[in-house]
Write a protein that binds this ligand. Structure first.
Ligand code: MN
Length: 133
């Protein structure tokens, strides 16, 4: 089975490394980007099955970048997990309303990252394979 490709967009090098290592150890093929411009380059090369997107990126608001991804036919159906240190309930609602598929408040455990990514990919796989009509 071909491993699912995941793109991690995170401007903090340590946080990015942690997420990349956890996902690689779980068997995913992982691409990484430190900001929206780098993510666009990665997406132009190939589309991931899922994106993990930090909300607070240097130069770009992650929510604004999400809206751009949702407005683009190529990327609008890719599940996107928000990661953020803004752990207030109000922020969580704002983030989910913006169109993210899931939300992880930092710091999060390797287990919850694997679980959320696995569930979203499984849901997507089931939806794709479901008979039509
Ligand atoms: Mn950040």
């Amino acid at each position: 089975m071909i491993p699912s490709r995941v793109l991690v967009v995170e401007d903090n090098a340590l946080n990015r490394r942690l997420a990349v290592d956890v996902l690689r150890a779980a068997g995913y093929e992982v691409a990484e980007a430190e900001g929206a411009p780098e993510a666009r380059v990665s997406l132009a090369r190939g589309l991931p099955a899922l994106i993990v997107l930090d909300i607070t990126l240097r130069g770009t608001d992650g929510v604004a970048f999400l809206r751009q991804l949702r407005a683009d036919r190529r990327t609008r159906d890719i599940p996107i997990v928000a990661t953020t240190a803004l752990a207030m309930k109000r922020d969580r609602e704002r983030i989910l309303q913006a169109g993210f598929d899931a939300y992880l408040a930092k710091p999060f455990s390797p287990r919850i990252l694997r679980q959320v990514v696995g569930e979203l990919l499984q849901r997507r796989g089931t939806a794709t394979e479901a008979p039509r009509g």
